[in-house]
Design a protein around this ligand. Structure first.
Ligand SMILES: Nc1ncnc2c1ncn2[C@@H]1O[C@H](COP(=O)(O)OP(=O)(O)OP(=O)(O)O)[C@@H](O)[C@H]1O
Length: 231
């Protein structure tokens, strides 16, 4: 197994609090890996580190064989945990913006995804519901044919039917492209069928990780493991 992402001894402090505390992780390439854990465990801090938005205080991190950087971000499609739009943007102008500015962005794929997620071209980002906003962010992210997708909470605020569509879109994208996908989520119940590999984060550390099949055969469902670690 080759690692698309490798982190060793990653530590990040905010004042006295350690968001990450000697965090070790290996994310296998061409697989879908879940990062799981309760609020405040350190998941988003790690996701931000992958794109260089947050620098570790100590430890080492490689993403596709190099340290995170702006140059490296051409190869990474990152879905942040909060949306930011330009004023007056619509679904159409956001897709045009992606076509012009995002590396390896496929306009046709974006329109297909937008259509299947029920996003109309003239829908304005101002005044969008939380779920519409999440669907548009995901559309922009999945339309990029880059080697690594990093999705921070892609399902939050999204209704069950759309969530199922997104899971199918991800499986579809994954079957036709060679991509590594890293997803941080709280929605284990409906999405665990998606994951090949899982990393459970607790208090800034990797408490448990491994192939999902192997973890299940040893310790039950992902939900059972989650309860026994955090309950
Ligand atoms: N910019 C920041 N300034 C201060 N503290 C921060 C900052 N970013 C994260 N933290 C703290 O670091 C810890 C880990 O936060 P992080 O957002 O990584 O958790 P998370 O696992 O993603 O949580 P959630 O599931 O709620 O999104 C928390 O205690 C948080 O308050």
């Amino acid at each position: 197994m080759k690692a698309a992402i490798k982190g060793e001894g990653l530590t990040k402090r905010y004042g006295k609090r350690k968001a990450l505390d000697n965090f070790d992780i290996e994310v296998p390439e061409y697989a879908i890996t879940a990062i799981l854990g309760p609020n405040g465990a350190g998941k988003s801090t790690f996701m931000r580190m992958l794109t260089g938005l947050v620098a570790p205080d100590s430890g080492s991190l490689t993403v596709l064989g190099e340290r995170p950087s702006w140059r490296q971000n051409r190869l990474v499609s990152y879905l942040p945990d909060r949306a930011r739009w330009y004023q007056g943007q619509t679904v159409e102008s956001a897709i045009e913006w992606g076509t012009k500015l995002l590396p390896e962005f496929r306009r046709d794929t974006a329109w297909e995804l937008a259509g299947s997620l029920g996003l109309e071209a003239d829908l304005e980002t101002e005044g969008m519901s939380k779920g519409q906003e999440a669907r548009l962010m995901l559309t922009l992210c999945l339309a990029r044919e880059v080697p690594l997708l990093v999705l921070d909470e892609p399902f939050s605020g999204i209704d069950m039917i759309s969530r199922e569509k997104i899971v199918l879109a991800l499986i579809d994208a994954f079957a036709t492209r060679r991509q590594t996908v890293l997803i941080c989520t709280h929605e284990i119940a409906e999405t665990e069928s998606l994951f090949d590999h899982a990393v459970f984060v607790k208090d800034g550390r990797a408490a448990l990780s491994g192939g999902v099949e192997e973890l299940r055969s040893r310790s039950g469902s992902m939900q059972d493991i989650y309860r026994s670690l955090y309950g």
